[in-house]
Write a protein that binds this ligand. Structure first.
Ligand code: ADP
Length: 454
């Protein structure tokens, strides 16, 4: 306890009664002994009261000092309460205020942690810029997508212009950019100014949504429509030409008429096949993301499909051989779609195989550890010994309308959609399709299918 305030307080309490008692003693109104004893008692009482008061004030001051700290330390011993009731109420009120403040601070802390977690987990790259337009923060997606190239992204002229406009108060800005780093991609950048700036200096937010895949899909869709129209227009133009010829120059030529009608029938059949394949493809694409619900006995299914190809194989003098491992389980799948896979692969093997060659169709349990998924699955292969496919074409074979030799494909009745259909069906079945080929040696198409749908 500090002495100065204590003496001052004692003096303030005892001064008047002690002075009065001394005056009584001096004027003879009271005996000096009694006056001195009373004055002494007053002084002692005043000192005791002052000591108690000074202690209470000290406790109150300590309580306020603790309250002023950012956060109470749980380990700090609790302070004693003042004895004076009024001071005690003040100390208790300070305690309540401190607890309320600490609860609010903890809540704000939790909210800010939650906000950070949300920003961090956003799938799109997000950058927070300061007043100096430098990056204050980059979320996980931004760090993963751009790494050390974030400053280069912000220096992109289109990006800089959008940031300038946003900082100049033109409102939220959106711009499409082609970013060359760290790899070429198409990005939609949105810039939002934070007005007023956030504590910590955040002045603007930049969101970079990757549109590369979307744009590629747009282009693919446009290409597909153009290709499909072209594929249909060619036989249609042929048909129109022949109709004109039949009406005009060949009107009376019976031999030419029957020849032209044969060609026209072939062109019409080609259009029909194309439309059938387009319909199959669009149907498969519609439910590609829903795994099939049924089960299929692939062995029985292959026996039926292979039997259906026997006449065609006979015409081409091709030995068509089916080898089935015994006791195979059913697979999870849509039997009609799996029959379509077998149909398209065997059809290709016959179309592009060697006349007089052989086509081997096999079904067995997938051998473990040869690149196939570790889950139980069946492996279905179709191998021919035909002209094969040059290595550079292999990655593109399952694209719609991609053909190695368009003339040959058309000549054998191909639509350029067979392998695209196979790929979509296999991916719907969560399976794997591989095509291995060697020029002049032959092609092997393999389809791995899971026994159980995951
Ligand atoms: P198409 O209707 O033209 O046969 P696909 O999508 O089935 O269309 O096949 C695409 C292309 O892949 C074919 O045009 C052909 O060039 C090539 N191809 C497919 N299967 C074989 C095979 N077994 N042998 C050689 N080339 C093949």
């Amino acid at each position: 306890m500090r002495l100065g305030p204590f003496i001052g307080a004692s003096f303030a309490v005892a001064a008047v009664p002690v002075a009065a008692l001394l005056a009584l003693a001096v004027t003879g109104s009271a005996t000096p002994g009694a006056s001195l004893a009373a004055a002494g008692a007053c002084a002692a009482a005043a000192m005791a009261l002052a000591a108690l008061f000074a202690r209470d004030l000290h406790l109150l001051a300590e309580t306020l000092r603790h309250a002023a700290l950012e956060r109470q330390h749980d380990s700090a011993p609790p302070l004693a309460l003042p004895r004076f009731p009024a001071l005690q109420r003040i100390a208790l009120a300070i305690g309540r205020l401190v607890r309320a403040r600490d609860a609010r601070t903890a809540e704000v802390g939790r909210l800010s942690t939650a906000n950070e977690a949300i920003v961090e987990a956003l799938p799109d790259p997000l950058l927070v810029l300061g007043e100096d337009r430098q990056t204050r923060r980059a979320n996980k997606a931004a760090r993963e997508a751009f790494g050390d190239d974030i400053p280069a992204v912000l220096r992109h002229p289109g990006m800089r212009a959008a940031i300038d406009r946003a900082f100049a108060g033109a409102g939220p800005q959106t711009t499409d950019l082609q970013l060359p780093v760290p790899m070429p991609r198409e990005v939609r950048a949105s810039v939002f100014l934070l007005d007023p700036p956030l504590p910590g200096g955040a002045r603007a937010i930049v969101v970079l949504s990757d549109r590369t895949r979307e744009r590629a899909l747009d282009r693919m869709r446009a290409d597909f429509v153009a290709n499909a129209s072209h594929e249909l227009r060619t036989p249609l133009a042929g048909l129109i030409g022949f109709i004109d010829t039949l009406r005009g120059p060949a009107a009376d030529d019976a031999a030419a008429q029957s020849r032209f009608l044969g060609i026209m029938a072939e062109q019409a059949a080609r259009m029909n096949r194309l439309i059938d394949d387009l319909l199959v493809l669009s149907h498969i694409e519609l439910d590609e993301h829903q795994p099939p619900l049924g089960r299929a006995d692939l062995a029985a299914l292959l026996q039926r499909v292979v039997a259906g190809f026997e006449p065609e194989a006979g015409r081409r003098r091709v030995t068509l051989r089916l080898t089935l491992a015994p006791g195979l389980p059913e697979v999870a799948g849509d039997a009609d779609q799996l029959a379509q896979v077998a149909q398209n692969l065997i059809d290709n093997a016959l179309k592009y195989g060697r006349d007089g060659g052989s086509v081997r169709v096999e079904l067995a349990e997938a051998p473990p550890g040869q690149g196939w998924p570790a889950r139980p699955g069946l492996l279905f292969t179709v191998a021919d010994d035909g002209l094969g496919i040059a290595r550079q074409h292999l990655p593109r074979l399952t694209e719609r309308f991609y053909r190695v030799d368009a003339g040959r494909s058309r000549a054998v009745g191909g639509t350029g959609l067979g392998l695209a259909i196979v790929k979509h069906i296999v991916s719907r079945h969560r399976g794997v399709l591989t095509i291995a080929s060697e020029e002049a040696k032959g092609t092997t198409c393999s389809v791995w299918l899971p026994v159980e749908q995951s």
